[in-house]
Design a protein around this ligand. Structure first.
Ligand code: GAL
Length: 674
């Protein structure tokens, strides 16, 4: 299915409105409605007192109007009576303070009482609605980890962490070894002595912190699996999914997604543009459109999780309330974002939310409708896409199964945790490195699959590993067997699984492949930049934040630092000063590049891979799905896009795209072959 949907909260509106809402959703072309994910206090207002009539009625109303329902399990919001009856379900912060009641996500993943209560509620819901004709899917909980809620320092977590360590290490000696506890007399003689890494005088042992994060990630996975198992038992044939977040890496999404049918995520391009690492100029330039590659990066990340099945569960419909600044999107953006998701293979794009709430925390968050029930711009644009989709659904569906990117980007959650635990320089941001490399490929018109480190890499022309700190031997073997051009970013392989420096130094397991050894690293304070040149005549690039001094062990330098921290030994052309090296098909980058640098570098390496990168005009993005090409103009100026050699049939839009315009093309066989 390829459809549009919406998130709806019938419990927040008088019953008299439901019928009209459902009928108007249909009229706008929406087909899927997510409900229920925060409704525990209405389903069970007091312990054991179950009120299903309203939810029966809401589901039946939607069903009567031909809308399919995604039911959310309400476990992100345990109600007051439950918290009061069982205070142990609350998560504790690192100072041991309980999370307060009155917002959401206040529970502790490790609490046995909460697991039992959540299982009880999920079972009740699944028994009641699991076979309802209207119910097409289940969403487990809501945005695991949102508002920094993965970690809890509760007694239950402490005990489960000890058991987890015991399973991982077997003996306490092995744990001591793995953590290097001889340092500063941290040695343990019993697993029962180990606490979560909290309230230490200075930084706690990094391997201890890494295991704590791994443990916490596993707790989320286990909590989710408990729900999935219940849902599968009582609701056969329905998809089970979860809505992940953007730029959120506090648990391993690849692992959790193994238990799901569909990976979904919540796309808020303007909020993300303001709240994450973009520089002030980028935040200004993209204030009303969002950075074009933020949604796409996540579309491609989540597409890599459940065999290619993914949705946007929540799509920004207008201004949000939670970012540092909340501009209203320019007219046309809700349509562009929706088409962008469809172009990257989304099955469903569902808007958050149907109607703006006039009260409570999110009263400043737009919906498709204003609080008075009138349609806001988002509704008008959603309806436009629904009409356009009617003409494009079939070609899109047919093409989707043949989507194949030429570039793979390896994304590894534990590597991000390692960088976070030991950044070594305040602005070494592994997630940003991944995004910059991705964005560069997109600016060059290349389609990218974002993949877990275990994924098969055959068939790609170019494999990017911008922040693969963790030396993964399996990945190293796969890379050695690959004929793609491989680009390793700085710090690749610089840590073992235990977060040690590898024997033989970085890049550890990738040393043979890269033909270099990292002998020294420098992080660079703001304003300390290095310049480097790509080839004799190539562009001059700027390195900042991070650089490394390499010894060449078979690789040849492709770029050298002109001066400064990386280049002291540049007198010896074979030893040192290299900023970029090549060893057969493996490239190693020894510095942090800015966005322009990434574009030049990926262009260079993509050419070596036999690809034909294009320099797209600012704000233009193209996405290929089989023989379809979708062209999106994120900018405020008209842009022209010519299909390659003119060999394409126009399906929508025009050659000249207006600001925030979209066009769709079907390539003729000759053009789609290359
Ligand atoms: C998401 C969340 C929704 C709503 C939305 C607002 O993080 O899942 O419940 O809060 O953000 O943008």
């Amino acid at each position: 299915m390829i459809e549009l949907g919406v998130c709806y909260y019938p419990e927040q509106w008088p019953r008299e409105l439901w019928e009209r809402d459902a009928s108007h959703m249909r009229e706008l072309g929406l087909r899927v409605v997510r409900i229920g994910e925060f409704a525990w206090s209405r389903i069970e207002p007091r312990s054991g007192e179950l009120c299903w009539d309203w939810l029966d009625d809401a589901i039946d109303t939607l069903h009567r109007h031909g809308l399919r329902v995604v039911l959310g399990t309400p476990t992100a919001t345990p109600p007051k009576w439950l918290v009061d009856a069982h205070p142990s379900i609350l998560a504790l912060d690192e100072h041991g303070h309980a999370r307060g009641f009155g917002s959401r996500r206040h529970y502790c993943f490790s609490s046995p009482v909460y697991r039992e209560q959540a299982a009880r509620m999920v079972t009740l819901m699944a028994e009641r609605y699991g076979r309802h004709d209207a119910v097409c899917a289940w969403q487990t909980d809501n945005e695991y980890g949102c508002h920094s809620t993965v970690l809890s320092y509760s007694q239950a977590a402490r005990e489960r962490f000890r058991a987890w360590l015991q399973r991982r290490y077997g003996t306490v000696q092995a744990l001591n070894q793995a953590w290097g506890t001889v340092f500063w007399s941290q040695e343990y003689t019993d697993f029962a002595q180990v606490d979560p890494p909290a309230a230490t005088v200075t930084e706690a042992n990094p391997s201890h912190r890494l295991d704590w994060r791994r443990f916490a990630s596993d707790e989320v996975v286990e909590f989710n699996r408990m729900q999935v198992d219940i849902l599968r038992r009582h609701s056969p044939g329905r998809d089970v999914l979860h809505n992940f977040m953007g730029f959120f890496t506090e648990f391993d999404h690849h692992r959790l997604a193994r238990d799901l049918d569909v990976a979904t995520w919540d796309s808020y391009p303007l909020g993300a543009t303001q709240n994450f690492f973009l520089d002030p100029d980028e935040k200004r330039r993209h204030a009303f459109t969002g950075h074009p590659d933020i949604p796409a990066f996540h579309h491609d990340l989540y597409r890599g999780m459940c065999g290619g099945r993914w949705w946007v569960m929540e799509q920004q419909p207008g201004p949000v309330n939670w970012a540092q600044w909340n501009p209203a999107p320019h007219p046309g953006m809700v349509r562009v974002w929706t088409w962008q998701a469809l172009a990257h293979g989304a099955e469903i794009v569902s808007y958050f939310r149907w109607r703006q709430a006039p009260y409570a925390q999110e009263q400043m968050h737009a919906g498709l409708q204003r609080p008075d029930g009138s349609d806001d711009l988002g509704a008008v644009e959603a309806a436009q896409v629904a009409r356009e989709l009617d003409g494009l659904r079939e070609p899109l569906r047919a093409a989707r199964t043949r989507r194949r990117a030429e570039v793979a980007l390896v994304f590894d959650y534990p590597s991000l945790w390692m960088a976070d635990i030991q950044p070594q320089g305040r602005d070494y941001l592994a997630l940003e490195a991944c995004f910059r490399a991705y964005s560069a490929a997109r600016q060059l018109g290349l389609d990218v699959d974002v993949l877990p480190p275990q994924a098969a890499l055959d068939g790609y022309a170019l494999v990017l590993l911008p922040a693969q700190l963790r030396g993964d031997p399996g990945l190293a073997t796969a890379l050695r067997g690959s004929s793609a051009q491989i680009l390793l970013g700085p710090r690749a392989g610089s840590k073992t699984e235990e977060l040690h420096i590898p024997t033989g130094l970085a890049p550890g397991v990738f040393s043979e492949l890269a033909g270099v050894q990292v002998q020294r690293v420098s992080s660079l304070p703001p304003g300390v930049d290095l310049s480097l040149r790509l080839g004799e005549q190539g562009p001059g690039l700027r390195a900042s934040r991070w650089c490394e001094q390499l010894a060449l062990r078979g690789a040849r330098a492709q770029a050298r630092f002109a001066q400064g921290a990386g280049g002291e030994s540049a007198q010896d052309p074979d030893q040192g000063g290299a900023a970029l090296t090549r060893h057969a098909n493996c490239w190693y980058l020894a510095a942090w590049l800015d966005q322009a640098g990434w574009v030049s570098l990926i262009e260079h390496v993509a050419q070596a891979a036999g690809l034909a990168p294009l320099r797209l005009p600012e704000g233009l993005r193209i996405s290929r799905v089989g023989e379809l090409v979708l062209v999106l103009n994120f900018s405020d100026s008209p842009v022209r896009w010519e299909p390659p050699q003119g060999e394409a049939t126009r399906l929508m839009g025009a050659l000249e795209l207006p600001p925030r315009g979209v066009s769709a093309w079907k390539l003729l066989p000759a053009a789609s072959a290359h």
